[in-house]
Design a protein around this ligand. Structure first.
Ligand code: 3PG
Length: 402
């Protein structure tokens, strides 16, 4: 794909696909990460004299104008972060958008209303793609986190305009490639979360790529149960035992070491501050639930991670949202942060819960790279081709040079 290095956009209209699908509380943006990470691309385009037209989806309005899903508050947050005014149009196509685009001057920025107010967005309707493309001379996609969607603004438009990857897109792709496609070995992965069933493709894909696989979260309970360990009332998937056994056999055949917990923090209630104790995994009481990895496990994981050169992290080790069951995740995350700071480990993390867990641990800032993507990060770990990326590499990006 082409990057902004080769883009001469002075006086040109640039349609910038961002991912402004940000967390919002009481009508205000509650986490600015995606906005802040977008700013370098906007600044670079504006500094080069482009007229920057930002488009994005927000939430899932399903083709209707749902007022609570307006991008208006995000436009304000963007203006605040950029430190200068950002124009606004109440629609992403039609006369209002066209007027706003026509009024833009070189170096100015405009945000258009939620693309998902149109049903054509998610249907990748060529008519909507054409209407969006008509606003601009050039398309820049900076929305890695929406690249798993083949929508009009992420895929359709790339068929119609000369297309480029923005700086955030470029950064995400470079970091992810270094983590799994072309990593320094040994390479390991932490895969946590509730269910094997949602991470099957992911595990299948990375088994052949990593030397060490750390299984955490409730998913580990299913693996333990599949090995005949009694996990009491812990969350687990009884219908996945055969699958878990097959994964373990496959890992062994491929020379990938799977690490499961050896001890666990258990409680009889799933709530903050619930009375709890630490037990070996083969001594979980019948009425108890595993809510976190135990200290021995975390110590062992820390030692193993100390021997790695690269680590990919997706999913927490325990119920990190409720104290004190965040200790396992916090401790391992801080260890990874320390190794990364020391320069011995390249650490890459991504996927919804993961980033909040690492932030909660105060460790996210020290990781080599934290992706802005949730679902797209997962699909990339699953080895899937992301349509938004494919479009950049094989459609407008190459077929229609400026
Ligand atoms: C995300 O937040 O992961 C992306 O913006 C995609 O959102 P979606 O899952 O609603 O398509």
């Amino acid at each position: 794909f082409r990057t902004l290095d080769s883009l001469d956009c002075a006086g040109k209209r640039v349609l910038l696909r961002a991912d402004l699908n940000v967390p919002m509380r009481e009508g205000r943006v509650s986490d600015l990460t995606r906005v802040e990470r977008l700013v370098p691309t906007i600044r670079e385009l504006a500094d080069k004299g482009a007229r920057v037209i930002v488009v994005s989806h927000f939430d899932r309005p399903k083709g209707k104008r749902v007022p609570e899903m307006s991008l208006a508050p995000v436009r304000e947050a963007l203006a605040g972060t950029l430190g200068h005014p950002v124009h606004w149009a109440d629609d992403c196509t039609g006369p209002e958008a066209e007027r706003a685009v026509a009024a833009l001057r070189d170096g100015e920025v405009l945000v258009l209303e939620n693309t998902r107010y149109y049903a054509g967005e998610e249907k990748n309707d060529p008519e909507l793609a054409r209407a969006l493309a008509a606003h601009a001379d050039i398309y820049v996609n900076d929305a890695f986190s929406a690249a798993h969607r083949a929508h009009a603004s992420t895929e359709g438009v790339a068929r119609l305009l000369p297309s480029y990857a923005g700086r955030l897109m470029q950064q995400e792709l470079e970091a992810l490639t270094l983590a799994l496609e072309n990593p320094e070995r040994p390479v390991g992965a932490v895969v946590g979360g509730a269910k094997i069933s949602t991470k099957l493709d992911l595990i299948g894909n990375i088994l052949g790529k990593v030397d060490l696989l750390i299984i955490g979260g409730a998913m580990a309970n299913t693996f333990l149960a599949a090995k005949g360990v009694s996990v009491g009332r812990s969350l687990q998937e009884a219908d996945m035992h055969d699958t878990a056994r097959a994964i373990m056999a496959q890992a062994e055949a491929r020379g990938c070491e799977i690490l499961l917990p050896v001890d666990a923090v258990v409680a009889t209630e799933f709530k903050a501050g619930a009375p709890n104790r630490t037990v070996p995994v083969d001594a979980v009481p019948d009425d108890a639930m595993i809510l976190d990895a135990g200290p021995l496990t975390v110590q062992r994981l820390g030692e193993k991670v100390g021997g790695l050169k690269t680590l990919v992290w997706n999913g927490p080790l325990g119920a990190f949202e409720i104290e004190p069951f965040d200790v396992g995740t916090n401790t391992l995350a801080r260890k990874v942060a320390e190794l990364t700071r020391a320069g011995t480990l390249r650490s890459v993390a991504g996927g919804g819960d993961t980033v909040s867990a690492l932030r909660h641990a105060g460790a996210a800032g020290d990781f080599s790279y934290v992706s802005t993507a949730g679902g797209a990060f997962l699909e990339w770990l699953e080895g899937k081709t992301l349509p938004g990326i494919l479009a950049l590499t094989s459609l407008g990006g190459i077929a229609a040079p400026v």
